[in-house]
Design a binder for this molecule. Sequence first.
Ligand code: ATP
Ligand code: MG
Length: 355
Amino acid sequence: MSKIIPPEHILHILSRLEARGFDAWCVGGCVRDALLCRRPSDWDIATSALPEETRGCFPELKVLDTGIAYGTVTILFPEGPVEVTTFRVDGEYTGHRRPLKVSFSRNIREDLARRDFTVNAMAYHPKRGLLDPFGGRGDLRAQILRCVGEPSRRFDEDALRILRAARFSAALGFGIEDGTLRAALESLGLIKSLSGERVREELTKLLCAPGAGAALEKYAGIVLAALPELPALPGPEDAPPSLVPRWAALLRDICPETARGLLIRLRFSNREITEIIRLIRQLPLTPKGMSLAQRLDRAGLTVRDLAVSGGDLIRLGYAPGPGLGAALDSLLTGVISGGLQNRREVLLRYALENM
Ligand code: ATP
Ligand code: MG
């Protein structure tokens, strides 16, 4: 397993918070990805400081209230935005979706316990090392996704975790641990209580992940529970690496009006709906041949698929270096998750606003 080396500005945030008497750790996806020798898409920080206390630690920087109800502020560094979230214990879950209220905690272990999978529930501190109370590192080695705690209770709390299991399977090429998979399949009925936006974000990440094809084949039941309009997943064909063609490839075999209803339910923008439907109408029904896994695995969306380049951002005023890479990564994340359209003017405006 690889050594974890957070970038300088992340170390700076940790030491600044600690100098003011707070506890602070790198958490979640960045710890997982760094251990896997993958470049983390972003470095999230969890801290015992309350959002206002975090803000007070960085008077010289712009700090945005990005998710104040959930304890998240975003610090704008020249190297890129960094999310800092107060340790949390999730409140009562209602309706199998994320809690309406959360309570803050001063304890990192409580914060790790509310996270979804063991591989996502590790924290790293440059002096104290890895904090791994649920065996995440062992599961990374074994390449499995296992719920933190009792799987059926965790899926009952938030049914999005069922889709996230399939999404991380596609992103990491991991299998879902037997007990976790059994509970996920038994809880499929809860998926219908999720909001369209959350389903869209997770499924778009799944579809654009490098292992999308294999995960779709293996966990078709999960995807079909989120998209009951589809009688079955379509068969094979080449899918280009971006959101519109991938969704069109998934929906190509159902009638365009049903597809339109589904896309509206998932709150795609009007423009995306028009583009996806236009493409569905152009695609012949699924031909036989190459497997779905083969065609989707070929191309993961990368920064090279973005409608803007590093050079464009430099012309906007970005300095060459790690900050530029982070800015391109955050555009890519926005495009993959469906939050940003992959259009030049949209991406340039976003980059300018977030410089
Ligand atoms: P990516 O690199 O794809 O963003 P990530 O692990 O950072 O992967 P996010 O969806 O950004 O995934 O979530 C950040 C972290 O928050 C996760 O690693 C996990 O610890 C926690 N998390 C997110 N959503 C949930 C959820 N629905 N239930 C429990 N924990 C969650
Ligand atoms: Mg993330």
